[in-house]
Design a protein around this ligand. Structure first.
Ligand code: 13P
Ligand code: SF4
Length: 363
């Protein structure tokens, strides 16, 4: 039996799944608005965003109405790296972040003087839950010779314990850079993304044992069966999906990288292994292509509806309005923690900025 995070892998995973299930039992699914209600909330929110000098920043997995409103009001829709950058660079006084808690915390850490609100503070992430700071800190202490690289889907406290924060769009490049410098690495929390990075960089990586409950459900055999019906289809996958899925994918990347690939590839049929929320943007950008969700097990799955993040779907239009109206659900990160967490986050942003300069220089 493999031992990860200081306890046998199966025991660790079972206890974390229980925490995730217990958390999900306590959360509510937002009510679907009738069309007149929807129009009214959109119009009130549009005015409120303007009156309060606020910007709405949304992730691709959120409700299509929230994504549309963010774009129509000069806010932003993107992957987690781009959301962080937009929040930091925005001159808004208030940022309202529609996504999951780590995204709100990242925005606050990078913009301590701005007010950061979220439609709900219950929207967390299975990766964040599965990487509690006390256990993670002990794990790091046991391997002091290693550089600590954590995925953005973690708490502010875990970020503060890390040397680097990365998102899926830049993980390979950062780890390659560290490995080239001869550094050995602790990677947390997503084991699938960590294994993918390890395979593609050959870096010496010690993995934490956690997974995204949504992406974990994609099945390679289901995709192979689907490819029999659509032999010319391309498969695009998020690196949080299991290795067997990534191996048969044509492109592996962050949500933005998936969207770019969908646009640039010649394929007409495209199988997508990530949260279904992304289909809204995909269909907007490449309306003539046929997008299909990759199959999930369905049976015994921990997600309510597979390929649909239960936490991302808590971000309703109504909750966004109420949060901004009443300044509810403010994200607060204790100052000392924020200062510490800013260091590895800033490292990632500086690294990304240098990389863009290099790409421009080569063009
Ligand atoms: P991206 O950084 O690719 O948007 O991913 C965030 C996430 O939570 C995926 O499940
Ligand atoms: Fe976390 Fe997975 Fe939801 Fe992304 S899709 S926020 S990794 S639980």
């Amino acid at each position: 039996m493999s031992v990860l995070n200081g306890q046998p892998a199966s025991e660790s995973l079972a206890s974390e799944l229980k925490v995730v299930r217990d958390h999900l039992k306590k959360t509510k699914t937002p009510k679907v608005l009738a069309s007149e209600e929807r129009v009214s909330v959109v119009s009130k929110l549009t005015k409120l965003l303007d009156d309060k000098r606020a910007k709405l920043i949304a992730h691709y997995y959120t409700d299509s109405l929230i994504q549309d409103l963010a774009e129509e009001t000069n806010g932003f829709v993107g992957d987690s790296l781009e959301m962080a950058r937009f929040g930091r660079d925005s001159d808004a006084e208030i940022l309202i972040v529609a996504g999951v808690k780590f995204m709100g915390e990242t925005a606050k850490i990078l913009s301590p003087l701005k007010t950061v609100l979220m439609p709900t503070l219950d929207a967390t992430c299975s990766l964040d839950i599965a990487c509690p700071i006390d256990r993670f800190s002990r794990f790091c202490d046991e391997h002091k010779d290693r550089t600590v690289v954590v995925y953005a889907n973690t708490s502010a406290a875990v970020k503060a314990r890390a040397d680097w924060v990365v998102t899926s769009s830049i993980a390979l490049e950062v780890v390659e850079h560290l490995s080239d410098r001869g550094e050995k690495i602790i990677w947390a929390p997503d084991k699938h993304l960590g294994s993918y990075v390890q395979k593609n960089t050959n870096a010496d990586i010690l993995l934490w044992d956690a997974a995204c409950i949504v992406h974990e459900e994609f099945k390679a055999q289901g995709i192979r069966d689907m490819k029999k019906m659509y032999p010319a289809a391309a498969v695009l996958a998020h690196p949080e999906a299991p290795g067997a899925v990534l191996e048969i994918s044509d492109v592996v990347g962050s949500t933005t990288q998936i969207i770019q690939a969908a646009k640039n590839l010649p394929h007409n049929d495209i199988i997508v292994a990530t949260d279904q929320g992304i289909f809204h943007k995909l269909r907007k950008i490449v309306p003539h292509k046929n997008f299909m969700i990759a199959p999930t097990a369905g049976h015994d799955a921990t997600c309510r509806s597979c390929a649909n993040c239960p936490w991302m779907s808590m971000n309703s239009l109504q909750a966004t309005y109420e949060s901004l109206m009443n300044s509810n659900n403010e994200i607060r990160v204790e100052k000392e923690l924020a200062v510490k967490a800013m260091v590895p986050l800033q490292r990632m942003l500086d690294f990304a900025a240098n990389q863009q300069l290099e790409v421009k220089g080569r063009a």
